[in-house]
Ligand binder design. Sequence first.
Ligand code: BES
Ligand code: MN
Ligand code: ZN
Length: 501
Amino acid sequence: MQLTVSQGNIAEQVTDCIVVNLFEGVTEPGGATGALNQVLDGAIQNLIASGDFTGKVGSTAVLYTNGKIPAARVLVVGLGKADKFDFQKARKAAAVAYKAVSKLKGVKQYATIVHGTGIGNLEATKAAQALAEGTLAAAYQAPNYKREKPENGPQQGTIVEFDAAKIAAIRTGVQTGQNMAAAIGHARDYINEPPNVLYPEELARRAQKLATEVGLQCNVLDEAAMRALGMNILLAVSSGSEREAQFIILEHAPAGTEQQQPIILVGKGVTFDTGGISIKPWDGMWLMKDDMGGAAAVLGAMEAIARLNVGRRVIGVAACVENMPDGKAFRPGDILTGITGKTAEILSTDAEGRLILADALGYVARYNPVAVVDLATLTGAIGVALGPHAAGLFTNNGNVQAKLMASADRTGERLWPMPMYDEYMDAIKSDIAEVKNSGGRTQGVATSAKFIEHFTEGYPWAHLDIASMVWTQSESEPTTPKGATGYGVRLLVDFVQTFDL
Ligand code: BES
Ligand code: MN
Ligand code: ZN
């Protein structure tokens, strides 16, 4: 999908469809929508008067122009109440418009105004970013292995602004939106790819390629390097797989920040989780290709951080393994000692995410980080608690919590704080090791976070359990097609952009 910016009158555009907008409750449209209404002899006003279209968020209406302007169709998209309008609504409106235009027969290109710069009170750069981000998120297409490719929506969109003084700001915003969308699209790709295509080494190759393209430093530890470092808990999870584990480290350090204490983002990258010897039931197991959703979010965030030239040092780590049952696989009952020297007893080989995080979080202590945030598809239990509407936030640091909650609020990538009571530790005390990797049937979310906390020493840390957020079957959000959501990229980018320590 190509987006271009052009100065001119929207009504005069030679294209298949024109997109304008309407706030709820407006009876006499102004701005570009008003100008178009006049050229169309009051057609938009008639539409409003009919009561068929009220401008509600997410609603659309199509008008036919009868040769009065070059474009045959006009799509009006509702923006909701002007006083409730914000960046997220602008993003959503752009996605709704793209989806509606895609359903119109033979529309290959369209022109749109920027939503919300008038009475919506959005600054032009932000509004343009939202427009580009929302449109491109909706236009995303997952890797497809059918020999006959499914039909595409429009591949060309022109953003039209009449006020020449706003064009520069709009171009800047569109560029930011394109950068965000590229990163989110790649994060979705990593997750959507089948597990025989995307395994740890393939993800590492993609990370290397990405690093050269966007200007990140990339270092990948293979199994020999991890063994030398004593990362034997992570390696145990990988031991049943024919695929080599890979520990991907991406660093963004703009000139002058090389010595800065970094923010570190850590992602769980289980490219396929069978459960190992504690094998999962067959139905639904295919979806365990999304068990690298944390790693995908981290790689996506690092891509955006590099593309946007964020002015601080950030390190992204993806701990990648495949969890398989095999003669060489680790077992329930095993005792493992990892990079921190702390011991763990294995109760279930299916509680593998916390194990790879134990070594990943032990490893990153060497950077003296200002904050570490890990993202992991860690438990089914988080979905039972929160549904597909928020990720669980676990932390003992009030400052990091406040900053993450603020980012969640701004981006709409929701987080909900979960408790970290000391008592949860009782359930994962082991008789023969320092900690065990499962606390049994109850309190499954909190005990997983408690297990990880045990391996975080010397830095502020937060854990996001994103198991119920990385995948959607519903298409209920216009910005999110079926499959991988790309959850976490926008949240993390906002977090590092606004972090002020
Ligand atoms: N990858 C799963 C968690 C998961 C479940 C992610 C559903 C996405 C959707 C994780 O490795 C796992 O298997 N967790 C177990 C932990 C249990 C064995 C203590 C779980 O949640 O059942
Ligand atoms: Mn598992
Ligand atoms: Zn898992």
